[in-house]
Design a protein around this ligand. Structure first.
Ligand SMILES: *Cc1c(COP(=O)(O)O)cnc(C)c1O
Length: 474
């Protein structure tokens, strides 16, 4: 029986004559060689599933249709980029796995504009001679933070590594035990320090560190005090940490560098909206800190980058260091960062709307609710999916503001005929993929991170999945 079926598998040269496959070839969507090898692979797989009894067909037409469908799907997969846009239905604004901060149109326009031409990346127009890429954003950063000088490297992990390597190698850097943090994706302060050649001197305990712990630890070997922002967790109860004014004073008395790794680096005052209690970067500089570093794609809402601001004396040394060349930033990132900083510096009514990270973090629950209600009203009838609306809780994410919960609103989907995990997989297979949360056996889609521009795409995805269930059960 199986043997008879196997003989009915069409030959490759026959399949290549099929109109839908000829169409793929004519459209130049995929090279001939790749199409042939894909066909061979699919035929082999089909044969295998028939031999193992996982699949059986009634006649030759069914076999052929099955193979052609697989080829069309494979060609589609091949056309799709590996890095592709998705709809973020998780409500987490800075989703580490989904690219953290999304960029606004004017930021992207500047990137496109600069990168499709030659540019002044390292060229001084007024002098007609070689310039420095450090000059592109330095004045914006000093204006925004009140620091004397600034520079940019590849990401904030690179800032930490560079500052320690360039300024503290072979000397002791004193850090509180309560701040020896690990940030997602294997960034550990203690490991970075070891790699950099700086010698870690831990003081205090996990929950309490006092100024005298730092004082007593200072020796001939010390040249830096470091404070690390505990970005992704929050210790409650019997705790104490040393405030930065006292540390800055202690460092200056002993001629030590005082460096703070701020992590998220707040430059726009979210405290004014009762969101978190992060210090603003300019307040940290004002407190007398020598060097501060933070990420470009966390609360700043820009591209991936490590931003270092502080005393000119130290920044000048960093700029001259070999690592500045190793960790330097590309023109596309500079373009994105420059436009992001310009939008923030404008600080007008439009700023929050223009920086998606700020816009989404500050979106009011009532506004989200009305988007959801409008979405539901325009959703065509569904035959198999049940849809409910409800309140949700979103997070800023990206290892920032760990104890901030943002009241939000969204939809919950479920079906008598398909399990939530199956639905979630189907959502991921849509174009664009929709990333959802599964909770209480339902699909949760939080609209905080969905723009009204994306509503139609999401509506289409939901409709497609309703049809998929139809196909499964019929
Ligand atoms: C996020 C973070 C880092 C790493 O920054 P990247 O830009 O992701 O490299 C370093 N330190 C702290 C405290 C952070 O929160």
């Amino acid at each position: 029986m199986v043997n008879k079926q196997l003989r009915q598998i069409p030959a490759i040269h026959e399949l290549l004559q099929e109109p839908s496959i000829v169409k793929i070839i004519e459209n130049d969507e995929i090279s001939n060689d790749r199409l042939k090898s894909t066909l061979q692979e699919i035929v082999a797989n089909t044969r295998e599933t028939m031999v193992s009894g996982k699949k059986s067909f009634n006649n030759q037409v069914e076999i052929k249709d099955y193979i052609i469908r697989q080829v069309i799907m494979a060609a589609k997969d091949y056309l799709r980029h590996n890095l592709q846009p998705v709809i973020n239905g998780t409500g987490t604004v800075l989703h580490t796995n989904l690219g953290r901060a999304r960029l606004s149109k004017s930021v992207v326009d500047h990137v496109v504009n600069v990168s499709q031409s030659y540019s002044t990346l390292e060229y001084n127009i007024s002098q007609g001679e070689r310039g420095s890429r450090h000059d592109i954003v330095e004045s914006y950063l000093t204006e925004l933070t009140g620091a004397e000088a600034a520079m940019v490297v590849n990401n904030n992990a690179a800032s930490v590594f560079m500052i320690l390597s360039a300024l503290a190698k072979g000397f002791e850097t004193i850090v509180s035990r309560g701040e020896l943090v690990e940030i997602g994706g294997s960034f550990r302060v203690s490991s970075i320090m070891e790699e950099s050649g700086a010698i870690l001197k831990e003081v205090g305990t996990t929950n309490k560190t006092h100024l005298y712990d730092f004082k007593e630890a200072i020796s001939e070997q010390t040249n830096m005090l470091m404070k690390v922002h505990t970005s992704n967790f929050h210790i409650e109860g019997f705790t104490a940490s040393v405030n930065r004014e006292d540390l800055a004073e202690l460092a200056s008395k002993h001629n030590l560098i005082y460096y703070e790794d701020l992590g998220s680096g707040l430059v726009y005052d979210l405290n004014a909206y009762q969101i978190g209690r992060e210090p603003l970067v300019h307040q940290v500089i004002q407190a007398g800190v020598d060097l501060v570093s933070f990420s470009g794609d966390k609360l700043l809402g820009g591209p991936q980058a490590g931003i270092i601001v502080g005393k000119k004396k130290w920044i000048d040394q960093l700029k001259k260091h070999q690592l500045a060349r190793v960790l330097r930033v590309d023109k596309m990132s500079y373009a994105a960062l420059e436009e992001t900083l310009r939008l923030i510096l404008l600080n007008n009514n439009q700023t929050v709307q223009d920086i998606p990270t700020l816009r989404d973090t500050l979106r009011n629950q009532d506004v989200i609710r009305s988007q959801v209600n409008h979405f539901i009203d325009s959703q065509p009838a569904l035959n198999h999916l049940q849809i409910e609306v409800g309140t949700m809780e979103s997070q800023v994410g990206g290892g920032t503001l760990p104890n901030v919960v943002l009241p939000s609103y969204g939809i919950k989907l479920y079906s008598e005929e398909a399990h939530a995990h199956q639905l979630s997989e189907w959502f991921r297979r849509q174009e664009p993929p929709v990333i959802v949360r599964v909770q209480d056996d339902k699909i949760f889609i939080d609209f905080r991170t969905i723009t009204t521009d994306e509503d139609a795409l999401l509506r289409h995805a939901i409709h497609q999945i309703d049809k998929l269930i139809e196909g499964e059960i019929s």
